[in-house]
Write a protein that binds this ligand. Structure first.
Ligand code: AHR
Length: 493
């Protein structure tokens, strides 16, 4: 029996809904084929966007979507992607497979997609190979309401009113594919770019996100904060989980118990990374609040055999579901520092929530975790403690349980808990202090073998089922199956 306590009298604040955000790059079959099929496609679509994908993402509660990259962002010249499609420039996607990018999905299409999804756009601008003028023009094109060269150009392309895009990323991985810069150099560029990215409407100020560190590069965060912190609203952080390491990513679907636990052990490092980067940010932020945006995270495994190595297409199993659950719990715990996070990547790439094959599609185990966690969005985080024991292999050990909790505006408490043990079910006894007697509970659970996955022929192998929850007084009890993620809603009197 594992005991847990949720203390409704203690909270770190509100869980920003954007922690449940996603990322879609011009990479492999994420945008083209996965999301955008064009109006002439036989696949049902609305103005080119796959209807099934859009409605599934809406049902999951996608709050924000980052685009167009990734590494692609620092090669992207946004003016190539506006105007009549026949005259749009065809370029080579040099980062991802050297395929032809015909720019048929550009600024208007992306913002149309966000409109259909009801989510906020997050545009990542080109610092690595673009110019200050080009980036500044993009903001003017999207956000200027009055008359100006860029606003007039937007109107000529069919959009009268500005989109008022709030989130702007100043480069991507500027230490790597985004220009191979040193933090001192990037900090100077970031200051310069920031000055020319203007808020055209006081009611819609820009939220500027500096390109942040890779994993534990704390020096990057320190230098950028020290020298450019006052020019931005947030700094990003990228942390991917591999089964072995960059050179030993491992198979997404056929993996050993050792790799299962090494993946989980590595993903748990997210907690320490956020803690340390957030501490540095706080030290240099002065009187302002500078947020942490984990705008790329998730599992990165070997591509599926026979698929293009540049397309990063991988299957998604219960192991991915646990990685998603653990990271979302960690973000919830750090809601006083993390203002946004974006899973890489939405459809058909890396730890995708949706996979497509021709006209068919499936929801991955990761999708179900996001959907089960959606009521954490904008809810008040509640402090919690859970008794755990260490499990795993000789080489890789992790705690068996991982939990977070929040209370929504309607007063309902959501407890999400992952059982990382692939062999043992764990009975949970949880007390909820500070709210009174429990009136009603409703539980759902996602469970399966550690390598269980959905395929287009068997799309419902892994899906949420009802979880039996008993309540008495201020406590509730539930049995957590091996390798599972549970979401329990509690209504108090
Ligand atoms: O998500 C795939 C790639 O990973 C992104 O393009 C880049 O930013 C990161 O290295």
């Amino acid at each position: 029996m594992a005991r847990a306590i949720i203390n409704a009298n203690q909270s770190k604040g509100t869980i920003n809904k954007n922690i449940y955000g996603h990322f879609a790059e011009h990479l492999g079959r994420c945008i083209y084929d996965g999301i955008f099929v064009g109006e002439d496609s036989e696949i049902p679509n609305v103005r080119g966007m796959r209807t099934g994908v859009v409605s599934a993402l809406k049902a999951m509660g996608i709050p924000v979507l980052r685009w167009p990259g990734g590494c692609f962002a620092d090669t992207y010249h946004w003016k190539d992607g506006i105007g009549p499609k026949e005259s749009r420039k065809k370029i080579v996607n040099t980062n991802w497979g050297g395929v032809t990018e015909d720019n048929s999905f550009g600024t208007h299409e992306f913002l149309e997609l966000c409109g259909q999804l009801g989510c906020e756009p997050y545009l990542s601008g080109n610092v690595g190979s673009g110019t200050v003028q080009e980036f500044s023009d993009w903001v003017e094109y999207c956000n200027m309401g009055g008359q100006s060269p860029m606003a007039d150009c937007r109107r000529a392309n069919g959009r009268e009113t500005p989109w008022n895009v709030r989130f702007w990323g100043i480069g991507n991985e500027s230490w790597g594919c985004g220009g191979g810069m040193r933090p001192e150099f990037y900090a100077d560029l970031c200051r310069q770019y920031s000055i020319y990215l203007r808020s055209y409407d006081r009611a819609h100020p820009l939220y500027k996100i500096a390109s942040g560190a890779n994993v534990d590069d704390y020096r990057w965060t320190k230098v950028v904060m020290e020298q450019a912190g006052e020019y931005v609203d947030a700094l990003s952080l990228h942390y991917y989980t591999f089964a072995g390491g960059w050179y030993h990513k491992g198979s997404a679907a056929a993996f050993s118990r050792e790799e299962y636990f090494s993946t989980l052990a590595q993903t748990l490092r997210m907690d320490e990374l956020i803690e340390n980067h957030a501490r540095i940010i706080r030290r240099y932020q002065g009187d302002r609040k500078v947020g942490l945006v984990v705008d790329e995270w998730g599992n990165w495994f070997d591509v599926e055999p026979g698929t293009n190595p540049g397309f990063l297409y991988q299957q998604n199993t219960m192991r991915d579901a646990l990685v998603a659950a653990v990271n979302l719990n960690i973000f919830n715990h750090h809601c006083d520092a993390v203002v946004m996070a974006n899973l890489a990547q939405t459809v058909n790439v890396l730890q995708a929530v949706i996979l497509t094959e021709g006209s068919r599609m499936l929801l991955t185990p990761t999708y179900h975790v996001f959907e089960m966690y959606r009521k954490h969005q904008d809810a008040r985080q509640l402090e919690s403690y859970i008794e755990t024991s260490m499990i795993g292999t000789e080489e890789n050990k992790t705690p068996n349980l991982h939990l977070s909790a929040s209370r929504g505006e309607n007063g309902v408490v959501l407890v999400t808990v992952a059982n990382l043990d692939d062999r043992q079910a764990v009975p949970l006894d949880c007390v909820l202090t500070g709210l009174g007697r429990i009136e009603r509970t409703a539980g759902r659970v996602l469970a399966g073998r550690r390598d269980a996955c959905n395929t287009v022929d068997a799309p419902e192998t892994v899906k949420p089922e009802v979880l039996r929850v008993e309540a008495s007084g201020e406590s509730f009890q539930a049995e957590l199956p091996p390798c599972s993620v549970a979401a329990i809603e509690i209504t108090v009197k």
